[in-house]
Write a protein of this length. Structure first.
Length: 80
């Protein structure tokens, strides 16, 4: 995926099941001559940040009694 900057990658891990696939292109990739910012859906426009547009990374944890602060601290400790 490192070479596919225009593609939305999706990684899902649930128990022992792991799935990784491409979910289409970022709106920012389509902007190059195909669309302009006025054509973006409102939810995409709200998350738009220059210079990367709508490209971003999100982590979602689903579970019961998760310690959000501990998770955040552990993830922050991974930053370089």
């Amino acid at each position: 995926m490192a070479e596919q900057n225009d593609s939305v990658g999706f990684l899902s891990i649930a128990g022992s099941t792991t799935r990784c696939d491409c979910r289409g292109n970022w709106w920012a990739a389509l902007e190059k001559g195909k669309i302009d910012r006025t054509q973006l859906p409102p939810e995409v426009e709200r998350k738009w940040e220059s210079p990367h547009g709508d490209r971003r990374q999100e982590l979602v944890f689903i579970g019961i009694n998760l310690d959000g602060e501990a998770l955040k601290s552990q993830i922050d400790a991974c930053l370089v």
